[in-house]
Design a protein around this ligand. Structure first.
Ligand code: NDP
Length: 334
């Protein structure tokens, strides 16, 4: 079987030599375990954090160990009564072609209910992140303005569409004309701004004539700078991700603008609340899967996937994800 391990820790932008493709024997399984042939691997921005030794909410991947990641696999051997060969399951097996998994950690998927890849995207972790973060922390009300960046990706696209389901106005921010057109025309956002436009801040202000009530933070960086002055009193800011700075290491350059921002946090009664989606999983995941499946069936939520063929192409695809070279939920077909 094949797998990709972390060969070394990146400084800044990851490079192909930080990864290594290896071939290893397929391991034997024990009681309560299954052997999986991996069909699809999800690539997600959080994996950049696992490549780094810096302290975070989850342990770093050790050098020489397979990169971690969400996967959809087919059971090819089972020593657990709940699973039989041919079953399709959601697992967290990482960047490899085959994996041993504990049956207790698997969720069976119904291939007839939805395309299997959706378990890694709109019906999976990213879709859930949007749902839980927006509804629990953002709490959009009818008529309010919700802004989200990385709006063509699985989290951002779901945030905007759920905001519209709740009666709010959705303003998306994305990189480049092709992504912007898709966010407006297919995902149905009310307005979309290209963050590469030098006039981005003025255009965002024009697209938000009543200010911003919910800013779902996915990127940080220059987008945050443009958003911050537009926040209304009592605005809510679920802090979900800061992908613009994942490749940065050490301290951040520039003047310290925190005191001015804290003044506005106080005077505008802002709620800035970070979260990791799994905090909400036990309480909300079943309802999410039900509601999201219904929204997709009704056409209220659309999704876009970007599927790359071949495990060996995962490193290059992942490097591109951090720079916006993906267009939709990035998945590797093994
Ligand atoms: P995407 O598929 O949207 O990929 C990331 C996107 O970020 C890129 O395509 C790019 O889009 C955009 N981007 C990259 N650099 C910049 C930049 N400097 N400025 C503006 N935009 C940039 O990713 P996901 O939907 O999977 O994830 C979105 C965010 O949600 C990430 O920050 C991720 O870490 C976070 N997340 C957090 C979770 C949690 O539990 N807190 C769980 C899951 C995801 P473009 O071309 O439009 O610029």
């Amino acid at each position: 079987s094949a797998r990709i391990v972390l060969a070394s820790r990146p400084e800044g932008r990851p490079a192909p030599q930080n990864f290594r493709l290896e071939h290893v024997a397929i391991p034997a399984i024990g009681d309560g375990q299954v052997l999986l042939k991996i069909l699809y691997l999800s690539l997600d921005p959080y994996m950049r954090g696992r490549m780094s030794a810096a302290k975070s909410y989850a342990a770093a991947t050790e050098i020489g160990q397979p990169m971690e990641g969400g996967t959809v696999g087919e059971v090819i051997e089972s020593r657990d009564p709940a699973f039989k060969p041919g079953d399709i399951v959601l697992s967290h097996s990482g960047w490899q072609s085959h994996a041993v998994a504990n049956a207790a950690q698997l969720r069976k998927l119904d291939p007839k209910a939805a395309p299997l890849t959706t378990a890694l995207g709109v019906l999976g972790m990213p879709g859930f992140t949007a749902y839980a973060g927006l509804l629990t922390i953002g709490q959009p009300k009818p008529g309010e303005t919700v802004v989200v960046a990385a709006a063509s990706g699985p989290v951002g696209s779901a945030v905007g569409q759920i905001a519209r389901i709740k009666g709010a106005r959705a303003v998306g921010i994305a990189g480049g004309p092709e992504k912007c057109a898709f966010v407006r025309d297919t995902f149905g956002f009310d307005a979309v701004i290209d963050h590469r436009d030098p006039d981005m801040a003025a255009k965002l202000a024009a697209a938000c004539p009543d200010g911003i009530d919910v800013y779902f933070e996915n990127v940080g960086g220059h987008v945050w700078d443009a958003v911050f002055p537009l926040l209304n009193t009592f605005a809510r800011i679920p802090v979900c991700g800061l992908v613009a700075q994942y490749n940065a290491s050490g301290t951040f350059p520039g003047p310290d603008r925190l005191p001015g921002m804290m003044r506005d946090v106080l005077s505008k009664s802002l709620t800035i609340r970070g979260f990791i989606q799994r905090e909400f999983a036990a309480a909300q995941a079943p309802t999410f899967r039900e509601e999201m499946a219904r929204w997709i069936a009704e056409g209220a939520v659309k999704y876009k996937e970007d599927i790359v063929a071949g495990l060996e192409n995962a490193p290059e695809a992942f490097i591109g994800l951090l720079e916006g070279r993906n267009f939709g939920k990035l998945i590797v077909k093994i």
